[in-house]
Each structure stands twice: as structure tokens, then as C-alpha cells.
Design a protein around this ligand. Structure first.
Ligand code: TRP
Length: 342
């Protein structure tokens, strides 16, 4: 991970990131974004958005699920060690300035440009040709640009799939600043985490809730063991003595991501590739590693879950704090456009 400060912006980076609230987080989030956030909160007081408004852009009918996921994701954050003293966790819908800013930014993007956003395109493809696309869904990249710019974000830790959102945010920022002739909004840059993306338990593509190949951060001991036992290794590794493939082997991908003893993993790989190491041995190791990682997370989560009122009041505080920043940005935007009439 590089903690580079954008060259155009000499002041300390302002970190803004977030998750759509569609369900509890999984190990893919831990490998990709949560570990990066844990490091960043020691130096940057990041804003972390529970993006419920964005989740509703394609789950409007599932508003109950989105609501529940706000609590679930907040519990996951706390359980992995996101500390509300060091990170500002906010609920997107509790900062109405984000929605108001989106409305102005929406006029700076053409529908054709939105339709060209590669991430949006692949999401549309996944929905199928005949599904109805709401105006809200088509414009969620604009709402994301509003999240980032309202909170004055300059450094945005995201996965690769979000790079088009950052690019589009910067286009909007430049357009707005050019229109009003003042640098009111900040440009931002992405911070990609250096963990290779975690494959799904089935080895097909990346781990994702939508594909159902995920392991929840709150998985029980049995669920962990079952997931490891079902994992794909190397279909050609028929006997213990035959050489095994490391490349594409899900168990090794997980060991690379989570086993703190990298030397031991290297030794296991060498032996497996050479022949003479049973799948059951590497699976037993992975089971130990994942139990050691997830057990304390699950236990802390259960403790926080006993007092959801405390969690909600933490979110209220974070949202109020974020609101101050967002209100100031919105004030600058409206002032620049002469929108104060009295
Ligand atoms: N689009 C992000 C996701 O799919 C969530 C998100 C919403 C976000 N607003 C953001 C990420 C602002 C970074 C910055 O998870």
C-alpha cells in the first residue's frame, strides 16, 4: 500500500471510503479493504460510509434488508477493529447534503457518459438485458462523486472495480470548477490495496456475496471448516505423491492472504509442487489459520451486537460530524453558483 499524497495537493490526504450496505461483510472485504482501513485509521482519520442510499439504487424494494445491513456492516467494522475514535463512520442517508450535492453534479454528466462507465456496464450486463434500469441506479456514480467531494476526499481506498468511479468523479470535479471558475471541489486519487483479490470459495472469480461464494466474517467454527473442506485445490492432484499445482489453487490463495507465517507457506508450496503433500494437510493448516483469524472477530461482534443502541448512537455521532464537512462544501458550491437569494 502506498500512502502517497497526491502531488497536486500538498496538504494531508483526506481519506473517504465506504461499502454498499447489502449484507454482512466477508473475508474478501477483510483481505481487500478492511486491512487497509485499519492501517489508515492510525494516520488519517478516514471517513467510512455505510452507503445505504447507494444500496437502495438497486435494492429499493429490499429496503428492510438494506436497513439491517447498515447494522450488520457497522458491527463487522467494530469487530475487526475499526475504531470510532480514529475513523468517522457515517450513514450516507443521514447526511442529506450528499443527496443535495448529487442533484447539482447530476447536471454535469451526460446519460451517454454514465452508460459508458465500465463498472456500471458490467453491473447492467449481470442484471440481464431485459431488466428495467432505474434513473437512480444509472446515476449512482454521481452520488458517489458527491460522497467523495462533499467530504473533501483526496485519497480513496477502493478495489480495482471502483477506478471508473474515481475517474468519473474527477471529470465532474474539473467540469464544476471550470464552470464556476474557482477550485471549489477537490480532485482525488484511488488507493489500491496491494492484496491480490481474494478468489471465491469455488475458485470462480472474486469472492462476492452476489455469487454466493463468500465466507462471512462472522462465520461459525463449523461454517469455516465446511468452507475449507469444500475448497477447490488441484483437480489433477490425485495422489499424495503426485506434484500439485499452486497456481489457481484456492487453498494456497487463502494461505497467501491470511497465513502470517509466510515462510511456512513457502515451504508447503514447495513440497506440494514437488509432490508428497496431501490436500488434507494444507486444508488443516488453512482451517487453523481461518479459525484463529475469525474467532476473535466473531466473538467481538457478538459482544457489540448485544447493544445495538450503542452502535446506532456511534453512527449518529459519525454522521453528525461528517455532516459538518458536507454542509460546508455544499455551502461553497451553492455560493459559487449564486444560489443564495436573500
Ligand atoms: N461503491 C462502493 C461499493 O460498491 C461504495 C461507496 C459509496 C464508496 N460511496 C463511496 C466507496 C465513496 C468509496 C468512496 O462498495
Amino acid at each position: 500500500m502506498s500512502a502517497a499524497t497526491p502531488s497536486t495537493n500538498p496538504s494531508p490526504s483526506i481519506v473517504v471510503t465506504g461499502d454498499r450496505t447489502v449484507g454482512p461483510l466477508h473475508l474478501g472485504h477483510y483481505a481487500g479493504s478492511l486491512q487497509t482501513r485499519l492501517a489508515l485509521q492510525e494516520t488519517h482519520n478516514p471517513f467510512i460510509l455505510l452507503a445505504d442510499t447507494q444500496a437502495l439504487s438497486d435494492h429499493q424494494g429490499d429496503y428492510r434488508k438494506v436497513r439491517q445491513a447498515v447494522i450488520d456492516v457497522a458491527l463487522d467494522y467494530l469487530a475487526v477493529g475499526i475504531d470510532p475514535q480514529k475513523s468517522t463512520i457515517l450513514i450516507q442517508s443521514m447526511v442529506p447534503e450528499l443527496a443535495e450535492l448529487s442533484f447539482y453534479l447530476m447536471n454535469l454528466v451526460s446519460v451517454a457518459r454514465l452508460e459508458r462507465n465500465p463498472t456500471l456496464k458490467s453491473e447492467l450486463r449481470a442484471k440481464g438485458a431485459n431488466s428495467e434500469i432505474s434513473a437512480g441506479f444509472l446515476s449512482y456514480p454521481v452520488s458517489q462523486a458527491a460522497d467523495i467531494t462533499a467530504l473533501r476526499g483526496t485519497l480513496i481506498p477502493v478495489g480495482e472495480d471502483q477506478l471508473p468511479m474515481i475517474e468519473q468523479t474527477n471529470e465532474i470535479v474539473r467540469r464544476f470548477n471550470r464552470m464556476v471558475g474557482e477550485p471549489i471541489l477537490n480532485e482525488c486519487e484511488a488507493l489500491l490495496s496491494n492484496t491480490t483479490r481474494l478468489p471465491g470459495l469455488d475458485g470462480k472469480g472474486k469472492m462476492s456475496r452476489a455469487l454466493g461464494n463468500h465466507l462471512a466474517l462472522s462465520a461459525s467454527a463449523d461454517e469455516i471448516t465446511q468452507a475449507v473442506n469444500k475448497m477447490y485445490t488441484d483437480a489433477q492432484h490425485l495422489t499424495i505423491t503426485s506434484p500439485g499445482q499452486i497456481e489457481g489453487n484456492v487453498v494456497f490463495a487463502f494461505l497467501d492472504a491470511f497465513d502470517p507465517d509466510t515462510q511456512h507457506v513457502a515451504a508447503l508450496k514447495a513440497q506440494y509442487a514437488h509432490g508428497g503433500l496431501a490436500d488434507s494437510v494444507i486444508k488443516a493448516r488453512l482451517n487453523d489459520v481461518l479459525q484463529a483469524l475469525i474467532t476473535p472477530i466473531r466473538e467481538r461482534r457478538a459482544e457489540y451486537a448485544q447493544d445495538t443502541d450503542a452502535v446506532l448512537s456511534m453512527l449518529l455521532c459519525g454522521s453528525a460530524k461528517a455532516r459538518q464537512t458536507a454542509a460546508l462544501t455544499l455551502h461553497k458550491v451553492k455560493t459559487a453558483m449564486g444560489m443564495y437569494y436573500f
